[in-house]
Design a protein around this ligand. Structure first.
Ligand SMILES: [Zn+2]
Length: 317
């Protein structure tokens, strides 16, 4: 499950940095150093090639018009999934969740990570355990000759999908046609706050002979998955409202160090997930305050009515 990075012509991203402000995107953003690749991506997936001003090592970017892109993955070898823990100097724990993958002298030995994902998250949250590090390599199905692209994520949601994804890729035997989708997740917190965000999902569709290389063009809305995915704010009841249209990028003014510290406290991976979890908690607090205010008004009104009733009773007797 390792690949060379030399042959990759571009990278798919689900967000971008604008100065110190991370932005979550509703459609895929592709970065590359090759102007021809940028041009071709724009023709295939919509958008305009432009200079990449979000930082990183690619010169060009295309903010595509697609939330889902049909791709080709070359079997399970197209997936690299590891668990990594960094300290200030570098990687101090690299495993597959049960065994060390590196350094060579401990490779294959039990690493001591808890067997359950939930417990691994808790250890990672405390800063003592590794986080997922996932890399997917693929070609755009509509033009495989363009070259290999990749997508990296440290999302626990994505980590949960990996065993199933590997099984599905194994089953296809050879290149698999898949949809790489920024899936809209909407759920309601226990205090009734609606939260929505996008998570990357790979859906294996079949072999190249059995599936068209072009997905139908996306429509304005897509069905909302009912499964809650942020573990700290589980859904208690489904959101009755229909899913909103794809949301525009939301800019935030944030110090990346603060976000990293918040991620440790909240047990989240990635800036986007951290911000959503933090906002959800802030919204819950605000909602609680509003409920207390309403309760206080009720008590005042009851007190006033009782006072009037007592006065009326006193004057009539
Ligand atoms: Zn481990």
């Amino acid at each position: 499950m390792t690949q060379s990075t030399a042959s990759r012509v571009g990278r798919f991203r689900q967000g971008r940095m604008s100065g110190t402000r991370p932005e979550s995107l509703a459609t895929w953003r592709v970065t590359t150093d090759d102007a021809h690749v940028a041009d071709r991506v724009a023709r295939l997936l919509g958008g305009q090639p432009q200079p990449n001003e979000s930082g990183g090592n690619h010169s060009d970017e295309v903010l595509t018009e697609r939330e889902s892109v049909r791709i080709l993955m070359e079997g399970p070898d197209a997936v690299t999934a590891r668990m990594l823990l960094h300290d200030g100097r570098g990687v101090v724990h690299e495993c597959d969740g049960s065994q060390f993958l590196a350094p060579p002298q401990v490779k294959g030995q039990p690493c001591g990570c808890p067997p359950l994902l939930q417990d691994r998250k808790a250890v990672a949250r405390s800063g003592r355990g590794p986080m997922p590090s996932i890399d997917l390599v693929f070609r755009i199905a509509a033009d495989p000759s363009l070259g290999e692209f990749h997508f990296q994520t440290s999302s626990w949601n994505a980590a949960e999908q990996i065993p199933h994804l590997l099984e599905e890729l194994e089953r296809v035997e050879g290149p698999a046609v898949c949809d790489l989708t920024l899936e809209l997740v909407i759920f309601t917190t226990k205090t009734g706050t609606s939260v929505c965000y996008r998570k990357p999902v790979v859906t294996v569709l079949g072999g190249p002979g059995t599936v068209p290389s072009e997905a139908p063009r996306p429509t304005a809305s897509m069905p909302a998955p009912a499964v809650p995915s942020v573990p700290r704010t589980p859904a208690r009841r489904p959101d009755p409202s229909p899913p909103p249209a794809p949301e525009p990028p939301h800019p935030f003014d944030l110090d990346p160090r603060l976000v990293n510290r918040a991620a440790q406290a909240l047990g989240t991976s990635g800036h986007r997930e951290t911000i959503i979890a933090a906002l959800s908690q802030a919204a819950e607090t605000r909602q609680l305050t509003a409920e207390l205010d309403r309760l206080r008004d009720h008590v005042k009104r009851i007190a006033a009515i009782t006072g009037q009733a007592l006065q009326a009773g006193g004057s009539s007797s």
